[in-house]
Design a protein around this ligand. Structure first.
Ligand code: HAM
Length: 423
């Protein structure tokens, strides 16, 4: 029988070992950076009740209408969804475990998210986010701090050419006024709206502003602006965020058309954008979502957060010529003969006890072919053991990265000698 070739699902990528090194480096950098700002890790399931995302992200959004991997659990009939983002799950977890009981929370998570989008460079169906959420904070200082911390990360990652766009979406009352005006305005152009926009005209007119359809750009440009409807408190909040950004020397651009693709936002929203990744230029995005906690069933609490797209950030880093840092090995243990094999095992474990990274040759073969493998590895030196060495309790130590003779080393001195070599 001819077995069909099995391949990864379209839009879902394998991250192979060479590239995974870059991911590991990125994850280490990000973790140190987050800890530097007092954020603590939280881990949520990849699967949640579908109702959570409908309620949090909004029924009339691209994500909920067309992009969710939703299914019925055949065993019990539950309606479930592979998470398309992390904020809803994070808030659900915080409420379920009562984490906001007596203190605000600074939390972060990372991992895969799933959206059934059309795959292209920088846009995948399984992609990875690092998400950062501050729950229980009302003031503009936390919005500004989250933006400032992003700027620091770009510096630490060596990322250039990203610009910051910010906007305010105001509060519920101003959004309501704006919504009424938008509906009245777009109704006047109803025959020029595309099908998506027509459908959303009365359910979610704000989403029309997000449309990329070139034919509608003139109409969108003339639409009533939320800016003109803002309440005094929202204006004050936005001014305060800007003042902190200015005082920290973070350049930004106010983009009144920045509305975000998820419904839970209010007040500050922001996106970090690059022109170097083609159409998928947003590497990091977020904002304030003061209404979400209540919407998911908790006592009202303000909150603010953002998430970055790991694939996009890494693409940007690689564009700048950053090589994948090689997986480091200290010692490659070469051995031939039965006594030698026994000693090789002992030596390898002894060196690992000392914190060294050791590859013990497996699979047999002569000294010559094993030495070829040692040379081709990233090891700094080879520890060579034959039955003669085993009988004498010594190891031949050969530096692999510098021109130097191999030396005969007593087992008792081996750790010390290797430490000298890898310094
Ligand atoms: P989002 O704008 O939907 O926000 O996604 C955040 C980032 O994830 C995007 O800016 C982009 O870098 C990356 N991203 C999104 N979709 C894809 C995709 N299909 N392929 C590759 N990368 C992608 C959120 O998800 C919010 N939960 C952010 C947030 C946290 N707001 C408050 N807290």
């Amino acid at each position: 029988m001819n077995n069909p070739k099995l391949q990864a699902v379209r839009g879902m990528n394998d991250i192979l070992p060479d590239e995974a090194q870059l991911w590991l480096w990125f994850e280490d950098t990000v973790r140190n950076w987050l800890e530097g700002y007092g954020y603590r890790n939280i881990r949520m399931p990849l699967v949640e009740p579908t109702a959570l995302f409908k309620r949090a992200i909004g029924e009339v959004t691209d994500i909920v209408e067309k992009e969710m991997y939703s299914f019925t659990d055949e065993l019990n009939g539950d309606e479930l969804t592979l998470r398309p983002e992390g904020t809803a799950s994070c808030v659900r977890a915080v409420l379920q475990h009562n984490l906001l009981y007596n203190a605000p929370q600074r939390l972060y998570y990372s991992g895969p998210m799933f959206r059934h989008e059309r795959p292209q460079k920088g846009r995948y169906r399984q992609f990875h986010q690092v998400g950062v959420e501050a729950l229980g904070f009302a003031g503009p200082d936390i919005d500004a701090e989250q933006i400032v911390m992003c700027a620091r990360l770009w510096k630490e990652l060596g990322i250039r050419d990203v610009t910051l766009q910010i906007n305010t979406l105001g509060d519920a009352s101003s959004r309501h006024r704006h919504r009424e005006k938008l509906i009245a305005y777009f109704e006047r152009y109803a025959d020029q709206l595309d099908a998506d926009a027509q459908r959303r005209l009365h359910s979610n007119p704000l989403r029309i502003l997000d449309s990329k359809n070139p034919a509608m750009q003139d109409i969108i440009a003339g639409a009533p602006r939320l800016m003109d409807e803002l309440d005094a408190e929202a204006v004050e909040h936005f001014d305060a965020v800007q003042a902190i950004l200015k005082s920290r020397g973070i350049p930004f651009e106010i983009n009144p058309r920045l509305v975000r693709g998820l419904d839970y936002y209010n007040r500050t929203v922001f996106e970090w954008v690059t022109t170097r990744l083609g159409a998928q230029g947003t590497i990091c995005a977020g904002g304030r979502y003061d209404g979400l906690i209540e919407q998911i069933g908790g006592k009202p609490q303000p909150a603010c957060g953002f998430a970055m797209g790991v694939e996009r950030l890494l693409a940007l880093i690689q564009e700048d010529g950053m090589q994948n840092p090689p997986a480091g090995l200290d010692v490659y243990v070469v051995h031939q003969g039965e006594q030698a094999r026994d000693m090789a095992w002992r030596v390898a474990e002894l060196l690992r006890d000392d914190g060294l990274r050791v590859l013990l040759h497996c699979g047999g073969g002569g000294f010559k072919s094993q030495m070829k493998k040692a040379d081709g590895s990233t090891a700094v030196c080879a520890a060579i053991i034959g039955d003669d060495e085993a009988a004498a309790n010594v190891v031949m130590l050969k530096p692999l990265r510098v021109q130097a003779e191999q030396q005969r080393v007593d087992l008792a001195d081996i750790r010390q000698k290797i430490r000298e070599l890898i310094k």
